[in-house]
Design a protein around this ligand. Structure first.
Ligand SMILES: Cc1cc2nc3c(=O)[nH]c(=O)nc-3n(C[C@H](O)[C@H](O)[C@H](O)COP(=O)(O)O)c2cc1C
Ligand code: SF4
Length: 436
C-alpha cells in the first residue's frame, strides 16, 4: 500500500522497509560517496551524479535559454562528479515539446559556451565533473509543436488506442544519421560523453522491444534485430567521433506489456537486458545509467513519489518497494558485470537519507555511482554539503510532490516549485490561474 514519507529517524525508515519484506541498505558513514573514480581514463571526483532532468525551457531553435543555463550552473556549483544533461533531441521533429533542447549546426556555439561556463564554475570549487549529453528521439512521445505527432517503432496493444504511424526502416536510417551528426556536434561543443537514451518509452527503448515490428531489419522476435539500431548507431559514432565516451541510459525493465525486459506478468525479466549489456560491453561500453518504467504509463516505477499528478490515482505499490526494486535491479547488473560502472536511480523519495542509502549501495558494490534526479532540481548543492558538512540539510530536500512534472506536462518550464519557489512556484501559480 502507498504511503507518504513520514520517517522521523533512520530506525523508522529501516523498520518500515523490513515490515514491507524488503531490505534497505543504509550506512551512517557517507564517505563512500566521496571516493574518486576513473571512467575510461576520465577522473570522476565523487560518486554523485546529476540525473538528466528536462526543463522544457530551450529557445525555439533548441539552444539553452537563460533558465537552462541557470539550471546547469546550479549543478556546476553543487559539486556533483558527473552532470548528465537532460534529453537533447537529435532532430526538430523528434522533440518531446517545442522547448526541448535540440543540438544542431546552428547552435553548437551556444552549447560550447554553456559547457565552458559549467567547467569554470565547477573549477572554482575544485571539481571537474564529467559532462554527458543525453541524445534522444522522442518517438511515440514526439510533440514538436506542442501537439502529439507520434513516430512509433512498433505497435503496442497497451499503448496504442488507434493504429499509429510506424516508422519505416528508411525513416530509422535517417534518424540514425541524425544521432551520428548530433554526437559529432556534441563532441565539438565540449561534452565528454554521449548517452544514447534508451529508456522511458522513447524511440530507442521501443526499438529494443519491437517484437511486433515485422519485415524490418530493426525488429521482430530475434533480439539481435531489435538491438541492431542501437548497436549500429554506437559503431558509427565510435568510427566518426573517436575519443568520446559512449554510454546509455537504459531501462532494464519497462514493467508494462510489450515493453523491454518484462515477463508475462509485466514484472522485470532481465534475460534480454543482460544479453544487450553483454553486446554493449563487446562494443566497448563501460558506463551505464539504469532506470525502469515509463513516466507516461507507470510513473511510480520510474520515480517513486509522495504525491501523484493531479487527476492520477495513488499507486498500490509502496514507494520504498519502488526504491528497493531499482536498487536491487541495478545491483543485479553491477554484480553480473563487475568490470562495468552502473549508475543507480530513484533515490529522491528518500529525502535526507538518500546519501546514507547511496553510500551503503556504493560500499556493497551494488552500483558505482548514485544518480539524483528531482533532488538535483530541489537541492543541487547536496554533494557540496556532503563534502563540507558530511550531511544533507533536511530543509532543502525534494519532497517528491510531482510539482516539477506537473509544470512540464503542461508545457511550462520545469524546476522545483518548493525549493526554487521564486521561479517555479510562480510558474505553478500561473498554471493554476489558467485552470490547469
Ligand atoms: C521533471 C522531470 C524531468 C525528467 N527528465 C528526464 C530526462 O530528460 N531524461 C531522463 O533520462 N530522465 C528524466 N527524468 C527521470 C529522472 O532522471 C529520474 O530517473 C527520476 O526522476 C527518478 O530519480 P529521482 O528519484 O532521483 O528523481 C525526469 C524526471 C522528472 C521528474
Ligand atoms: S517540485 Fe521540487 S519537491 Fe516537488 S517533486 Fe519536483 S523537485 Fe521534488
Amino acid at each position: 500500500m502507498h504511503e507518504r514519507f513520514r520517517y522521523r529517524t533512520k530506525e523508522d525508515l529501516i523498520k518500515k522497509a523490513r515490515s514491507l519484506g524488503i531490505e534497505l541498505p543504509y550506512s551512517d558513514d557517507i564517505s563512500p560517496l566521496l571516493l574518486p573514480a576513473l571512467v575510461e581514463g576520465f577522473p570522476i571526483p565523487n560518486r554523485l551524479v546529476v540525473q538528466p532532468m528536462e526543463g522544457y525551457d530551450s529557445e525555439d531553435n533548441g539552444s539553452p535559454s537563460f533558465l537552462t543555463k541557470r539550471r546547469y550552473l546550479r549543478y556546476a556549483n553543487g559539486g556533483s562528479g558527473m552532470i548528465w544533461y537532460e534529453a537533447v533531441s537529435v532532430s526538430s521533429d523528434g522533440r518531446s515539446n517545442p522547448n526541448q533542447l535540440w543540438i544542431n549546426r546552428n547552435n553548437i556555439s551556444e552549447y560550447a559556451y554553456l559547457n565552458e561556463e559549467v567547467k569554470i564554475a565547477a573549477g572554482k570549487i575544485g571539481i571537474r565533473p564529467l559532462l554527458v549529453i543525453q541524445l534522444t528521439h522522442s518517438g511515440r512521445y514526439s510533440k514538436p509543436e506542442g501537439i502529439s505527432k507520434p513516430q512509433v517503432a512498433a505497435f503496442n496493444l497497451t499503448l496504442d488506442k488507434i493504429a499509429p504511424y510506424i516508422l519505416t526502416d528508411d525513416d530509422l536510417k535517417r534518424i540514425q544519421d541524425q544521432y551520428v551528426t548530433a554526437a559529432a556536434l556534441a563532441a565539438n561543443s565540449g561534452f565528454d560523453a554521449i548517452d544514447l537514451k534508451a529508456c522511458h518509452g522513447y524511440l530507442m527503448i521501443e526499438l529494443l522491444a519491437a517484437k511486433t515490428r515485422k519485415g524490418s531489419i530493426y525488429g521482430g522476435e530475434d533480439p539481435s534485430a531489435r538491438f541492431r539500431f542501437m548497436l549500429e548507431t554506437i559503431e558509427r559514432i565510435k568510427a566518426e567521433t573517436p575519443g568520446m565516451i559512449i554510454t546509455t541510459r537504459l531501462n532494464i525493465s519497462d514493467c508494462y506489456s510489450g515493453g523491454f525486459g518484462v515477463d508475462n506478468n509485466n514484472q522485470p525479466d532481465f534475460s534480454e537486458p543482460l544479453l544487450l549489456v553483454e553486446q554493449l560491453q563487446k562494443k566497448g561500453i563501460r558506463l551505464l545509467n539504469l532506470s525502469m518504467g515509463s513516466p507516461y504509463f507507470n510513473a511510480f516505477v520510474t520515480r517513486p513519489f509522495d504525491t501523484p499528478l493531479p487527476g492520477q490515482s495513488v499507486p498500490d505499490e509502496h514507494p520504498l518497494v519502488g526504491v528497493v526494486k531499482m536498487i536491487n535491479g541495478t545491483s543485479f547488473f553491477q554484480k553480473k558485470f563487475p568490470e562495468l560502472d552502473f549508475i543507480g536511480s530513484a533515490y529522491s523519495y528518500l529525502r535526507h537519507y538518500s546519501p546514507n542509502v547511496g553510500a551503503a549501495v556504493i560500499k556493497n558494490r551494488s552500483a558505482s555511482f548514485i544518480g539524483l534526479g528531482r533532488s538535483s532540481f530541489a537541492y543541487p548543492s547536496l554533494p557540496l554539503d556532503l563534502i563540507r558538512d558530511g550531511k544533507a540539510d533536511p530543509s532543502k530536500v525534494c519532497i517528491t510532490c510531482s510539482g516539477c512534472t506537473r509544470l512540464i506536462r503542461n508545457l511550462h518550464p520545469g524546476g522545483c516549485v518548493i525549493r526554487d519557489r521564486e521561479i517555479y512556484g510562480n510558474e505553478l501559480k500561473k498554471l493554476i490561474a489558467d485552470g490547469k
